[in-house]
Design a protein. Structure first.
Length: 225
């Protein structure tokens, strides 16, 4: 009788051990989105349930499971804790999919800092961030959004700056007489203040966005849609 009970217990332990091995091997072959989706269903959680418990947005869960969004370090940590998946199990096989918060914010901050090359040449403030952004691999939606915003702001500011410089060059150096209505609109006072406005605008734009990157990235993860 005792041997029979022991045999049943031993068989149960062996089966449980084999299941764990098979489960681990399966998880090893899965990418992040497959692992998260599999473990969520194993625990009987909906995407909404997981989002609420993990403290991330429903949209983040949906995009992660579809594989259409890079996973921030904050989101990955929260989800792994809820689903009881070791963080290293998610990170190591899928290192190219993961965008840790510090790396993410660091890359974006680097973009904003590189834009300050405008003090060397205004054109560099636009071209250098554009080149850095276009050559970066695995850009997240947040990174792309900040890059587009930065390029748009610099391009518009540079456009108005080039107008003032061109006007001064044509009227001053080449002694070209411009139409009277243009002289009234683009008088010397306005034209000389445009470069000043340009630099003040870019400095404020860069400082405000640089200082708010961490906050915006965190809010993006915490906002429940």
């Amino acid at each position: 009788m005792h041997l029979h009970v022991f045999d049943i217990f031993l068989a149960h332990v062996i089966i449980h051990y084999i299941n764990n091995i098979l489960h681990f091997r399966l998880m090893e072959r899965q990418n992040i989105q497959e692992q998260i989706k599999f473990m969520r269903k194993q625990r009987g959680l909906t995407q909404q349930d997981l989002a609420e418990v993990a403290g991330v947005s429903l949209r983040t869960i949906q995009r992660v499971e579809k594989g259409t969004e890079e996973i921030s370090g904050f989101s990955l940590k929260q989800i792994s804790q809820v689903l009881e998946i070791p963080l290293e199990q998610l990170i190591m096989p899928n290192v190219n999919q993961i965008s840790i918060d510090k790396d993410q914010t660091g890359s974006i901050k680097g973009l904003y800092l590189s834009s300050l090359l405008l003090f060397v040449n205004p054109l560099l403030g636009l071209l250098v961030p554009a080149i850095i952004g276009s050559t970066k691999q695995n850009k997240s939606d947040f990174y792309k959004k900040e890059l587009r915003k930065m390029i748009t702001a610099h391009a518009l500011a540079l456009f108005f700056l080039s107008i003032s410089i061109s006007y001064l060059f044509l009227t001053g150096l080449l002694n070209i007489t411009m139409p009277a209505f243009l002289d009234k609109i683009l008088n010397a006072y306005v034209l000389f203040t445009i470069p000043l406005i340009y630099y003040v605008f870019i400095i404020l734009f860069t400082a405000i966005n640089y200082l708010n990157i961490d906050k915006k990235l965190k809010n993006q993860d915490l906002t429940v849609i």
